[in-house]
Design a protein around this ligand. Structure first.
Ligand SMILES: [Zn+2]
Length: 337
């Protein structure tokens, strides 16, 4: 095995943890190792998988980007016990996660667009390209604010759903952007829960930089590996989703990556607290645990899920945003040069 080198600082990475299999395919016993750069606080799966292995890892039932909204709603229709309701209620009262303020983004970009349009020219519509747009629910929101919307999505099933919103959805990845996408510039590029899936994070950010307007905004939201859920459970944390997630970022490492390409991080926000305490979340924790235990029963002792969930709730209610929320979102301005 070759040495794992950090793609952000190019320093040496060390072994952090491993999982005995893909929990969605427990019968295929295959170990995945995660290496960590302590200087950047960034981790990744090492060795890196091949493209065909990545493709195979998505060949599973009910991957969430494939689901229609009705299927997602049905999943939520589960009767919760009194104890579960109490846990969710407390978490909900302490969930101050901040969702994307679309109108603020729109008015900022509109102002920049006017400033950058020659006096005699007419101001064009704002444009957004989402890389990893899934079934297109984010693009739909931007369309309602009069953006021209464009999407890139590698998954055919998800693309079919997104194509019902706009024709401008194309097959591709962040590393291999479709040619048609690269033939213009966008006011905004969005990657929501897709950077963690990419094989080459440097090529991804370079590609984004090449299609963004000089004043453009890059919005990235990813699972937050600084949060206590990940710190405690590592590969058993539902949003680790190994091997579909190939990269593990903290707010520190995401900022370092963006600054490496001369982006100025304008804001850092956090989202996703309450959902840690839903029974559906605990069901996934149980599913992951039993898949891992089926491969190595001695190493994976069954925890008391209820107690563990209450302890996590009490430890995180009043903790810092970095350790509390499961996702971090950065909005960065594209500085040219
Ligand atoms: Zn590093």
């Amino acid at each position: 095995m070759t040495q794992s080198i950090c793609p952000i600082c190019e320093g040496e990475m060390n072994f952090h943890f491993s999982v005995p299999c893909d929990y969605r395919k427990p019968s295929e016993k295959k170990e995945y190792k995660v290496f960590w750069c302590s200087a950047c606080d960034y981790g990744h799966i090492w060795d890196r998988p091949l493209w065909n292995e990545i493709k195979e890892s998505y060949q599973i039932d009910n991957y969430y980007t494939h689901q229609t909204q009705n299927e997602q709603k049905n999943k939520k229709l589960r009767q919760n016990s009194l104890e579960e309701k109490l846990r969710i209620y407390i978490a909900w009262r302490f969930d101050f996660g901040e969702h994307l303020k679309l109108k603020e983004i729109s008015s900022y970009l509109r102002q920049k667009k006017v400033e950058n349009t020659p006096k005699e020219g007419s101001v064009e519509k704002l444009s957004i390209c989402e890389i990893g747009c899934g079934s297109g629910k984010n693009l739909k929101k931007f369309a309602s604010l009069d953006f021209d919307i464009f999407g890139v999505e590698p998954d055919e099933e998800a693309r079919k759903v997104a194509l019902s919103i706009t024709d401008s959805i194309f097959s591709g990845t962040a590393e291999e952007l479709p040619t048609i996408i690269t033939q213009r510039k966008y006011d905004c590029v969005l990657m929501s829960h897709s950077l963690e899936h990419t094989l080459d994070i440097n090529k991804t950010i370079r590609n984004i930089k090449s299609v963004l307007c000089d004043y453009g905004l890059l919005i990235i939201e990813i699972p937050n590996s600084k949060c206590l859920g990940f710190q405690k459970l590592k590969g058993e944390w539902p949003w680790s989703d190994i091997p579909r997630h190939l990269n593990f970022f903290t707010p520190q490492s995401l900022k370092l990556l963006l600054e490496r390409y001369n982006f100025y991080v304008e804001s850092t926000n956090y989202v996703g607290f309450c959902r840690h305490f839903f029974p559906t979340w605990l069901d996934i924790e149980k599913e992951i645990h039993s898949a891992f235990a089926s491969n190595n029963i001695d190493e994976w002792k069954t925890p008391n899920y209820k107690l563990r969930s209450w302890i996590l709730l009490l430890q995180t209610l009043l903790s810092s945003n970095e350790t509390k929320y499961d996702s971090v979102r950065m909005i960065a301005i594209n500085n040219q040069s």
